[in-house]
Design a protein around this ligand. Sequence first.
Ligand SMILES: [Zn+2]
Length: 204
Amino acid sequence: MEIDDIPLIAGHPALDFLNALEERARPAEVNYLPSYQHLLRWSARADLLSERTQRALTRAQADHPGKAKKVWAAAMDLRRALDAIFRTLAKGKPPPEDALHMLNATLAAAHAERGLQPQAGGALAWRWERPEALEIAAWEIALTAAALLTDQERCARIRICGNPACDWMFLDESRTGQRRWCRMNVCGNEAKVRRFRERQRTEQ
Ligand SMILES: [Zn+2]
């Protein structure tokens, strides 16, 4: 699997961002975002960056590769913080303080860099003051995560996949609120096969 075909199934980009890292519990975790360029491609796929911004940031990355690497590393730290926050919330517990502190610091930096600007059609729009700032990729993620974290109704529907070998998260938007699997065709089927084998064992 590559970043261009990793399924975006979480129902929210903040959770899809966490799902771009797999098998945290095992010795060899799989990071589908191993570089700033991957982060840009994923953000564009997740509709967090416009094509125009993606192009501007690709150019900025070519001009400042060292800085891009630092921003990528900070985005991976942000992902660890968001992961801790969303997982504790899914279990009905308060988020860890250090993780919340890191998210708040990123949000403060993001807010300091954007302002309202007029646009065609009347309504105003948020605009980045430096459209080529490499950090925009991480700031957009922090902002969308904050939007989800402050949404009482959707926060109550954040789930961790019921497959113990899977650690993906998703928003359960089913009518019954009983969705168990991140991907029915992957984790749901695995569980079915496991139950079938267990039944066979007990019958023998
Ligand atoms: Zn799963």
